[in-house]
Write a protein that binds this ligand. Structure first.
Ligand code: FE2
Ligand code: FE2
Length: 275
C-alpha cells in the first residue's frame, strides 16, 4: 500500500496534486484580493473598542509565526508536489493575513508602528514547533486548526459591524474566506487519508482532538490574558470548539462519534467531552 514517507500510495499523492490544481485555479479565479486596493483603509475607526484591537493584535502575532508554519513542514513534504506546492501557496495567502491585520492596527491608530514592531518580536524570539510527529497527523491538525481559525475571524467579524469599522469588517471577511478555503482543502486530504488507511488516520484524528491547541497562542508571554479576552468576547471557547469545529469536522469527514469514542485522551483543554 505504501511507498512514501507519509505512508500513502502514489495514487493518493497524485490525487492530492490534482486537488491542489483545483484549489489553485479556483483561488486565482475567485478568491484573490488586493491588500492595497480592496480594503477601504480610509474608513478605519480609531475609536473602535480597544478590546477588538487587542484581539486583532493577538491574531496578527499568531499569523506572524509564518516562517515556522511553512519552514518546519516543507522538509517533510518537499518530495510531494501537491503538498509542497500547496504549502507555498498557502504561505502566500497567510502572509497577507498578518500584513492586513498589522496595517489595520497602524492605520486605525490603535497601535504605533513601534508598538507593533515590539509586539511582533514574540514571533521572532520564539519558535513554533510542529504539534504532530508525522505528515498524516499534521494534515489532521491543519484541518482542525483552519476551521478553528475561520471561526475566530468569523466570530470577531460578527462583533465588528460594517458601521463600527468598514475597513476591519471587509478585511476580516477576506481573511475568513481564505481560512475556510484552507479547511476545505485539508479536509479533502484527510478524506483521502481515511480512504487509504482509516484506522491509522482515525488514530491521528483522536490525537489531534485530544490535545488541540491553537498554534502559537499559548506561546505569547501574555497568552493566558489574550486567550481569556477571546473567550470573554464569545469568539472562541470550548463550547465553540465542540459545536463549531469538532462536530462539523466529523460530519464533513463522514466519521462517527462512535469511531472517535473511548480513545480520545481525557486530558483535553476542551474538557474531555469529545465523543
Ligand atoms: Fe491566516
Ligand atoms: Fe489558514
Amino acid at each position: 500500500m505504501s511507498d512514501s514517507a507519509q505512508g500513502t500510495s502514489p495514487a493518493v499523492e497524485a490525487n492530492i496534486y490534482h486537488l491542489y490544481r483545483e484549489y489553485f485555479n479556483k483561488a486565482e479565479r475567485k478568491r484573490r484580493w488586493n491588500l492595497e486596493d480592496d480594503i477601504p483603509w480610509a474608513s478605519c475607526n480609531p475609536n473602535l473598542n480597544p478590546a477588538f484591537a487587542d484581539v486583532v493584535e493577538s491574531f496578527c502575532i499568531v499569523e506572524l509565526f509564518l516562517p515556522d508554519y511553512i519552514g518546519k513542514i516543507l522538509p517533510l513534504i518537499r518530495g510531494y508536489r501537491g503538498r509542497a506546492w500547496f504549502a507555498a501557496n498557502w504561505g502566500y495567502e497567510e502572509s497577507k493575513h498578518s500584513l492586513a491585520l498589522g496595517d489595520w492596527l497602524i492605520k486605525s491608530g490603535q497601535r504605533t508602528a513601534e508598538e507593533l514592531e515590539e509586539t511582533s518580536r514574540y514571533a521572532v524570539d520564539h519558535q513554533w514547533n510542529l504539534p504532530m510527529d508525522n505528515v498524516r497527523g499534521m494534515v489532521c491538525y491543519s484541518m482542525v486548526q483552519e476551521l478553528a481559525t475561520w471561526l475566530h475571524y468569523r466570530n470577531l467579524r460578527k462583533l465588528v459591524s460594517e458601521q463600527d469599522d468598514p475597513a476591519l469588517h471587509v478585511l476580516l471577511g477576506y481573511v475568513a474566506v481564505d481560512e475556510r478555503a484552507h479547511f476545505d482543502f485539508f479536509s479533502k486530504l484527510v478524506k483521502l487519508h481515511l480512504e487509504d488507511d482509516r484506522p491509522g488516520t482515525l488514530e491521528q484524528l483522536r490525537r489531534v482532538f485530544g490535545h488541540f491547541l491553537m498554534p502559537a497562542f499559548h506561546m505569547l508571554p501574555d497568552g493566558a490574558r489574550r486567550k481569556a479576552a477571546v473567550q470573554s468576547l464569545g469568539i472562541f471557547d470550548d463550547d465553540v470548539f465542540i459545536e463549531g469545529v469538532y462536530l462539523p469536522t466529523l460530519d464533513t469527514l463522514g466519521v462517527t462519534r462512535a469511531e472517535m469514542r473511548n480513545k480520545v485522551v481525557k486530558k483535553s483543554h476542551t474538557a474531555g467531552t469529545l465523543n
